[in-house]
Ligand binder design. Structure first.
Ligand code: PLP
Ligand code: COI
Length: 339
């Protein structure tokens, strides 16, 4: 293999050697299969194609200085996938089967795990789709679980540096009691226009308010929001955002650093009061926020006065990365070492 330019990898798809698959037929999950095809042959009436029976996950593997490969919080991703399955009536894949599949696909593609110094990682993308044919709106009776991996660099430009965001009111990503808490493709289809609009206006990403009142902060594109003030980590409580595993981890790390943690509705005007803020997620890691513009209302909430990441974001980022790469002890049991 031609040596990859690990330090300059984009966040995108690259073909690797293998993916793994598990079929659900006759009301049970089958054996784990290894596959080198990138395509999925499927019935044209599959429910994933017509009625959005599709769930995905995103997690990462990191190569440490010690050469060991660590996967971050995979049980949490297994549990979130199960929650999504309950949300759109798909059969739940047991955590043990999820884990077996993740470990297998990472081992099979070992040569694609970026070296420690590059700061890149291996993105792991599990996918679960309804493959059984239906014409009436009903859940399928057959499913396919697939995981592929791809080496990736930073999701947002510049990696750990500040970016501007823009509030978009024109399009909702998810309804108040809709599928926002599940990781289903439909939410991302619903976000495409808002995301395009944000990019066209020159912003890193779109920023959503709650769909009902357009009053409270929801999330930032494919990442959760957090704000910092008075030694407190504050993050939205909402029925339409994805429960981010990165955010959950940062809440714990903030507590470990002696900070208070609040999960509550955050009114838009409160943005003015934050000393620091960030977008967080598996792909985004922590992306510190420079400012959030509310173009329609002619407002701009400037968060980073000097355009640089603040001290708390920096501390949290360093702590999280240190655990993921194995530079610091994994005191919370978040990491699975690939043997
Ligand atoms: N919010 C949305 C809409 C996402 O797609 C993601 C990415 O998974 C997140 C938040 C962050 O979640 P996590 O930290 O589990 O990756
Ligand atoms: C992730 O952080 O894993 C995401 O899902 C982001 C995105 C590319 C959808």
């Amino acid at each position: 293999m031609k040596e990859l330019d690990w330090a300059n990898l984009p966040f995108g798809y690259m073909k690797t050697d293998y993916n793994v698959r598990i079929y659900y037929r006759n009301e049970q999950w089958g054996e784990l299969e290894t596959c080198s095809e990138e395509t999925i042959p499927m019935h044209m009436a599959a429910t994933c194609l017509h009625y959005g029976q599709e769930a995905f996950e995103g997690l990462k593997a990191f190569r440490g200085k010690d050469g060991k490969v660590r996967i971050f919080r995979l049980e949490e991703n297994a549990a979130r996938l199960q929650s999504t399955c309950r949300g759109i009536l798909m059969p739940e894949l047991p955590t043990e089967r999820f884990k077996e599949a993740v470990l297998k696909v990472v081992r099979l593609n070992e040569r694609f795990i970026p070296p420690y110094e590059s700061g890149a990682s291996l993105y792991i993308r599990p996918l679960l789709i309804g493959t059984g044919a239906q014409v009436g709106v009903r859940p399928a009776n057959e499913y396919l679980f697939v995981i592929f991996v791809t080496p990736v660099g930073p999701y947002f430009k510049g990696g750990f540096s500040t970016n501007p965001y823009v509030i978009i009111r024109e399009f909702d990503r998810a309804a108040p009691l809709g599928t926002g808490t599940y990781k289903v493709g439909g939410n991302y289809a619903a976000s495409l226009r808002a995301n395009k609009k944000a990019h066209d206006l020159g912003y890193a990403c779109e920023f959503y308010l709650d769909a009902k009142e357009k009053k409270y902060i929801d999330e930032c594109g494919a990442a959760n929001f957090f704000g910092i003030k008075n030694n407190t980590y504050i993050t939205p409580k909402s029925t339409s955002i994805l429960p981010s595993i990165t955010n959950k981890s940062l809440m714990q790390l903030a507590e470990d650093l002696g900070m208070k943690v609040e999960r509550r509705p955050i009114p838009e005007e409160e943005l003015l009061t934050f000393e620091e803020a960030g977008a967080c997620g598996t792909a985004a890691v922590i992306s510190p926020i420079e400012r959030i513009d509310d173009v329609e209302n002619g407002k701009s909430y400037v968060i980073s006065k000097d355009g640089k990441p603040g001290p708390v974001c920096t501390k949290l980022y360093n702590k999280l990365r240190a655990i993921q790469y194995g530079d610091e002890p994994d005191t919370h049991g978040w990491v699975t070492i690939v043997e």
